[in-house]
Design a protein around this ligand. Structure first.
Ligand code: AMP
Ligand code: TRP
Length: 334
């Protein structure tokens, strides 16, 4: 098994990032056997599709790297790096631009969502974003790619590109990657509005639990979280139509690795006055060691950069044979 996944380095990490993405990587790494290898990277080359100043981008990469390590990604066991440090991604992306079809990219729903109404004004980078993603994956011949449901289409595109390249050039070079999509992918909602995703861009800081929030802030936010006057039901069915209640119970279930039914069974008949302190406690205890490690790592830029440098060297070596073979298959002599 060769597991690979990328995450865009966005700032202001919160509980949604942790439960929706970071924690899944740590689990995959911890379940690996001796013959398998995990590649995890920060998609900073993809982040050029979002306008950001230089300092902010540098900070975001270090923040995300520190968060991953703090949450348990072990740079000695997994290959952890940022794309920009490994030129193979950009190089292979260019080669695959000859294989990917405009018609295929036109069907990508993420492009349509992100470009919005002004398609003509969107950057070319946003349009070819999925080709760079295909290069990320194919450069390493990744077999398993843990992603959220929204990335399924990009994975299918990577398979199409791999198949067409192999056929067009008569080689058996690229491995077809399989997406690994968690059955119940945790979608964490805002603490102020159970119908909106918890997001770094929500103007209300009370809407999210930041990775840097201290114990008191976490507890206070959970206690102020919007809920309802009803009791907790016996089973998850009783949460239907109760967005905020469902979100809080869902967070508890995800944090404690239980089903929502199991959490309901424990708290059935109790109100949120009793449930919230219990949830706050779980969050405080789980996030404290991650926060402390994160803040410690963030005091030493050089150490973080050294981790990424080391990972990048391993990644470059792993990608090199495939990249060389791709150039060669196309008759590009380097
Ligand atoms: P973003 O900061 O929105 O680019 O997200 C970075 C990663 O965190 C992506 O893998 C998202 O799927 C995940 N993520 C962000 N917000 C949430 C959320 N509220 N619930 C679950 N996952 C999330
Ligand atoms: N596009 C992915 C996302 O937004 C991030 C990503 C970039 C990625 N390259 C990848 C994920 C390669 C898996 C494999 O979440």
């Amino acid at each position: 098994m060769r597991v690979l996944s990328g995450i865009q380095p966005t700032g202001n990490l919160h509980l949604g990032n942790y439960l929706g993405a970071i924690r899944n990587w740590v689990r995959m790494q911890d379940e690996m056997d001796a013959d398998s290898q995990c590649f995890f990277f920060l998609a900073d080359m993809h982040s050029i599709t979002v306008h950001e100043g230089r300092e902010q981008r540098i900070r975001n990469v270090r923040d995300m790297a520190a968060a991953l390590v703090a949450a348990g990604v072990d740079p000695d066991r997994s290959v952890l790096f940022n794309q920009a440090r490994v030129p193979a991604h950009a190089e292979l992306c260019w080669l695959l631009n000859g294989t990917a079809r405009i018609g295929w990219l036109n069907r990508m729903t993420q492009f349509k969502d992100k470009a919005g109404k002004d398609r003509e004004g969107a950057s070319v980078g946003l349009f070819v974003y999925p080709v760079l993603q295909a290069a990320d994956i194919l450069a390493y011949n990744a077999t398993h790619v843990p992603v959220g449901e929204d990335q399924k289409q990009h994975l299918e595109l990577a398979r199409d590109i791999a198949t067409k390249f192999n056929t067009d050039f008569g080689v058996d070079l690229f491995t077809l990657p399989a997406p690994i999509i968690p059955k119940e992918s945790a979608r964490i909602m805002s603490l102020r509005d159970g119908t909106a995703k918890m997001s770094k861009s929500d103007p209300s800081d009370l809407s999210r639990i930041n990775l840097t929030d201290d114990d008191d802030a976490i507890m206070a936010k959970v206690k102020k979280a919007k809920s309802d006057q009803e009791m907790l039901p016996e089973t998850a069915e009783g949460l239907a139509g109760r967005a905020e209640a469902g979100n809080l119970v869902g967070i508890m279930a995800t944090m404690t690795n239980r089903t929502t039914d199991a959490v309901c069974a424990e708290f059935a008949g109790k109100g949120f006055g009793a449930f919230k302190p219990a949830l706050g406690e779980v969050l405080v205890e789980t996030l404290r060691p991650i926060r402390e490690r994160f803040l410690e790592l963030r005091t030493d830029d050089a150490a973080l950069d050294a981790i990424l440098d080391k990972g990048a060297a391993k990644a470059a070596a792993a990608a090199e044979p495939t990249l060389r073979a791709a150039y060669d298959a196309m008759g590009l002599m380097r």
